[in-house]
Design a protein around this ligand. Structure first.
Ligand code: ADP
Length: 225
């Protein structure tokens, strides 16, 4: 699904990431961990082609990303769902309309998709909040809404940047449960988190691999955490 070979990335002169090699197989569940500032978000941005490697090879769905034109990148991105760290919404639009936006933007028939949208909102436990405006949502509701929005286009890959960043442990476990269910449905998942307890909780439910960024490169961590 996503392959990186000896990838490097730098924002300026100093390399932030170097010699990164990573293979995300279809249906795999990876955690990406490491201290704040290590480059977890940057690596996710590379996987979403928001940034392109400054060195090395990278392919997504079997295609070299450096050879992709703008349309190819847009088409490839439609197969990838993203939960951003700050999960922003349009504050003046009710939640259900925010969630339907990716459908509208891609020209899908919203009416035809209405039952999918309703099903998705029920799945994340937000069916009763459909008409709420984003500022009225709690932190946990926002995170679940962000997850619903990321998967509404039925992506093959889900990238999530600290999806449990601002919620309590109970809500973290609930979000984890949703991620595990998505993985069981066959989605390839990469979650950046500094929360080792979340990774431990996941390991008891599903086969996961842990990647850690240390000293600018990626270490494939062993079973122990
Ligand atoms: P993490 O997600 O592990 O906290 P990030 O990928 O967000 O790490 O950031 C890694 C480093 O890159 C930080 O030092 C950050 O300040 C720097 N950085 C992130 N984005 C930019 C940018 N757009 N321009 C310059 N430096 C950046």
């Amino acid at each position: 699904m996503i392959d990186l070979s000896q990838v490097a990335y730098s924002y300026g002169n100093d390399a932030l990431l170097s010699d990164i090699s990573l293979h995300l197989a279809p249906g795999s569940f990876h955690f990406l961990t490491g201290p704040s500032g290590a480059g977890k978000s940057t690596l996710l941005k590379l996987c979403y082609m928001e940034l392109l490697p400054t060195a090395g090879q990278m392919s997504i769905f079997g295609r070299d990303v450096t050879g992709l034109g703008r349309d190819d990148i847009a088409r490839t991105r439609r197969r990838i769902g993203v939960v951003h760290q700050d999960c922003q919404f349009l504050d003046h639009l009710p939640l259900e309309e925010n969630l339907a936006l990716p459908l509208t933007v891609s020209g899908r028939d919203e009416t035809a998709e209405a039952s999918n949208l309703h099903e998705l909102m029920t799945w994340v436990g937000l069916s009763k909040r459909a008409t709420a405006l984003p500022p009225q949502l709690s932190g946990g509701e926002r995170q679940r809404a962000a997850l619903a929005r990321a998967v509404i286009m039925d992506p093959e890959i889900l990238l999530a940047d600290e999806p449990t960043g601002n919620v309590d442990w109970e809500m973290s476990l609930r979000l984890l449960q949703l991620l595990v269910e998505l993985n069981r449905m066959g989605k390839t998942i990469l979650v950046a988190t500094h929360d080792l307890n979340l990774i431990r909780a996941a390991k008891s439910q599903v086969q996961t691999r842990v990647l850690r960024i240390a000293n600018r490169t990626l270490i494939h961590a062993g079973a122990d955490l």
